[in-house]
Design a protein around this ligand. Structure first.
Ligand SMILES: [Zn+2]
Ligand SMILES: [Zn+2]
Length: 340
């Protein structure tokens, strides 16, 4: 099956967390976490429309300046989501520079704090020298972002502060059957994207779609003849969390059935005490969570540099646990953490 989401860890498994999810054929992208991004070419970053930050520890947020600099002279709005307090962090960063020459700029930053029951938003416009202006406050029930293509869910997790886990789901997956296209005497073109958008938006079956200049056909017939509609892809992302019963339950719910689960794995299980003390997972715990959530693929990352030269052991431990080879599910319960 052709995939729409193309996820890529910009700094690999060992560098700062920054997961770029490109939406193929859409020319759009979202970024999950904002660690260093200075080694990524600007052209790769410019399609970003929204950034989802887990928490504002440096390794997850220090790329903010680089992204701001890239977007500053552009028109449009960049949206940034994060836990309660993220707007203060943004404001603090913006206050670190002088903005006397941006009055003509059309760039706006829109920041949304995801709190337990509500989402609060502010606007920072370059033309207003990034003064903080309140926008709306809306209820939060799990979904923090939604448009015609994707839905983003957020889950607050315990890292001694809130670290947000995210799940990005494609609403529906629409594939074109090329043989049906040829049989109908049609040529591929921009109209296919319009057809897909209309289908996703739930347009009426008799809505006309222009398949060639002057050739209008009803949406319903085109959809039935040309498209295969399947459930969308899902990508889950969890970093910097304690392995506690409450966290485990939330992570399993968030990542349930994901096609790819990006999960932090800073420590080997031999250093379990250290991991718990620092509110982080071990590789084995990441594997157990992935298995409990029934994900298709586990991608571990965010390794502690203390294991440099031994990163293969982390991956092996996580994958062995994920595959159920090393240890039975119940054994984790004995450590005071239930996965149910
Ligand atoms: Zn971290
Ligand atoms: Zn952290």
């Amino acid at each position: 099956m052709k995939t729409t989401f193309r996820p890529r860890l910009l700094n690999g498994q060992t560098g700062d967390p920054a997961l770029l999810v490109s939406l193929r054929w859409q020319g759009r992208a979202v970024l999950v976490d904002l660690g260093r991004i200075d080694r990524t070419p600007g052209a790769v970053l410019l399609p970003i429309e929204a950034v989802f930050v887990s928490h504002a520890h440096m390794d997850h947020f220090m790329g903010f300046d680089q992204l701001l600099r890239l977007f500053l002279a552009r028109e449009g709005t960049l949206r940034l989501f994060g836990p309660a307090g993220i707007a203060d962090c943004v404001q603090g960063k913006l206050a670190g520079y002088t903005w006397n020459l941006t009055d003509e700029y059309a760039f706006t930053l829109e920041v949304t704090e995801i709190d337990t029951t509500e989402m609060r938003s502010w606007r920072f416009a370059a033309s207003r020298r990034f003064a903080r202006e309140p926008l709306d406050t809306v209820p939060f029930t799990g979904v923090c972002f939604e448009d015609g293509i994707l839905t983003v869910e957020a889950a607050p997790l315990d890292h001694k502060i809130v670290s947000l886990g995210y799940a990005i789901t494609e609403r529906t997956h629409l594939n074109v059957r090329p043989e049906a296209l040829a049989a109908a005497g049609l040529r591929p073109g921009a109209w296919l994207n319009k057809l897909k958008t209309a289908v996703r938006d739930g347009a009426a079956p008799d809505a006309p779609i222009e398949v060639a200049p002057g050739d209008l056909r009803p949406l319903g017939a085109l959809r039935d003849d040309l498209l295969i509609v399947t459930p969308g892809q899902k990508i889950a992302y969890v970093v910097d969390v304690l392995f506690s019963p409450a966290n485990a339950a939330r992570i399993v719910r968030l990542a349930r059935g994901a096609d790819v689960f990006f999960c932090e794995s800073p420590f080997l299980d031999a250093d379990l005490d250290q991991a718990s003390k620092r509110y982080h997972l071990t590789a084995r715990q990441a594997g157990a969570l992935a298995r409990a959530a029934g994900v298709a693929r586990l991608q571990v990352f965010h390794f502690s540099p203390r294991y440099e030269g031994r990163y293969g052991e982390i991956v092996a431990e996580a994958q062995a646990e994920f595959a159920g080879r090393e240890m039975r599910y119940g054994e984790l319960d004995g450590r005071g953490a239930s996965l149910s």
